[in-house]
Design a protein around this ligand. Sequence first.
Ligand SMILES: C[S@@+](CC[C@H](N)C(=O)[O-])C[C@H]1O[C@@H](n2cnc3c(N)ncnc32)[C@H](O)[C@@H]1O
Length: 244
Amino acid sequence: MSKSGPDFYDDKTVFETYLTHRRTPTNPNDLLESPVFAALVGPVADLDVLDVGCGNAGYGRELLENGAKSYLGIDGSKNMIEASEHVLAGTMGRTILSTIEDYAYPAASFDLVVSRLALHYIENITRLFQQFLTTLRPGGRLIFSVEHPVITSHNSMLPGQRRSNWTVDDYFVTGRRETNWLGGQVVKFHRTVEDYFLALQTVGFVVESLRESRPDRDNFSDVQEYERRRRIPLFLFLAARKPD
Ligand SMILES: C[S@@+](CC[C@H](N)C(=O)[O-])C[C@H]1O[C@@H](n2cnc3c(N)ncnc32)[C@H](O)[C@@H]1O
């Protein structure tokens, strides 16, 4: 049976497989997601940061080391929050166990809201963007990455197999998808690129940047892996600002 995002990461086998996956040197998060995310975020000195779907808060530690004034991560997985307490030990960073949907986003409290690879687990993205707008101070920024819509459109992943082909299908049939991943089944929500963009504009954000995970040859020691990652975009990124 397919699980929601937090329940999926609370499955012992999935969680261990996820950690192993993240530690492999060719993991797409490090090779493709992190470089673009870092470029979009830029300097973080003196910023109050909210990280939505923070996982083990490894990014929180990095933000604090780079001068962020404060860091608050929220995640619905007990496994992730437990891991985050070790990762943030000795820092001023904090995490809270909460679903993204149920967190009471306090008004005008953050300069930067980030979310990395979590929002494709959320059904009602417009409501959430409205909450992000409320919780940001005027001029504050929202930066997020999600699984690219060409990936979420269609579940062509066979359990336990390395993909050699991708199918984009039902692209404009948005909504719930059940996907095999990391030895489990999880529910994701497919939206088009346009849906993300328009939802930001509809609630009042000014969209400042849209990026895809175009691979940078310099980040790859293995040329075959580089060529493989040039076939299809894995991630989509958007950066937006709350008007002053
Ligand atoms: C792919 S992991 C990414 C973690 C972290 N942002 C990173 O990039 O390392 C997705 C995270 O989103 C969390 N998540 C997914 N859906 C959620 C929800 N509805 N409420 C709270 N957390 C959720 C999961 O528990 C998981 O930790």
